[in-house]
Design a binder for this molecule. Structure first.
Ligand code: GDP
Length: 200
């Protein structure tokens, strides 16, 4: 179960272009700019397989990375203020299409910027996953940017808001690598044992 031999499989802006669902999938979800691409690159030990950009808001597309034993699905970021209503609709169709088309989704890594308070669309996404009984982990990103006292406060807040429905709560930094090995372990575990509690 190697993370380092992954390759980019496909980018799809329409459900009909998703690759055939033969592999367990780990989906990554979060607001634009939350650090999703950086997290995927860190997990795969690649500098820039997933695109990292400081300008949020791109065409809504789902990117698929094939790891052999599973597939990483990079869902389009949400919450970017400047997108039009029709772009929002196509985002909704695409994401709903992904979650509701019978794919073998073992885990959603729902990423929340640890410095920020939870936003309504983050809570909505967690509520959606809970309602659909899709297992998810909360990854609190950019931990390296917080001072110890802030971190303690945000840790308690985010665990309180998201902890109940989630399989686990995981502080993560793409800069220091904090949480990377633990997240890899969780991913291996859910690929071997679907829908098993993975700790914390
Ligand atoms: P995405 O839009 O969610 O894919 O976010 P990106 O991975 O493109 O990251 C957005 C910005 O946050 C970039 O400038 C990254 O360098 C920065 N970033 C991402 N993760 C981290 C992290 O763990 N720590 C710090 N300090 N910056 C990060």
């Amino acid at each position: 179960m190697s993370f380092e031999t992954a390759f980019f499989e496909r980018s799809a802006s329409d459900q009909k272009d998703f690759p055939a669902s033969r592999l367990p999938e780990i989906a990554f979800s979060g607001r634009s700019n939350v650090g999703k691409s950086s997290m995927i690159n860190r997990l795969l030990n690649r500098r820039s397989l997933a695109r990292v950009s400081s300008a949020p808001g791109k065409t809504a597309s789902v990117n698929f990375y094939n790891l052999g034993f599973c597939r990483f699905t990079d869902l389009p970021g949400y919450g970017y203020a400047k997108i039009s209503q029709s772009e929002q609709k196509s985002w909704g169709r695409l994401v709903e299409g992904y979650f509701c088309s019978g794919r073998d989704i073992r885990l959603v890594v729902q990423i929340i910027d640890m410095r920020r308070d939870p936003m309504p669309d983050d809570l909505e996404m967690a509520g959606f996953l809970t309602a659909k009984k899709i297992p998810f982990a909360i990854a609190a990103s950019k931990t390296d940017k917080l001072k110890r006292s802030e971190r303690k406060k945000q840790d308690a807040l985010l665990r309180d808001r998201f902890g109940r429905g989630a399989l686990c709560f995981l502080p993560f930094s793409s800069v220091t690598g904090e949480g990377m090995l633990e997240l890899r372990r969780i991913i291996r575990d859910v690929c071997k044992n679907p829908r098993k509690k993975t700790g914390q």
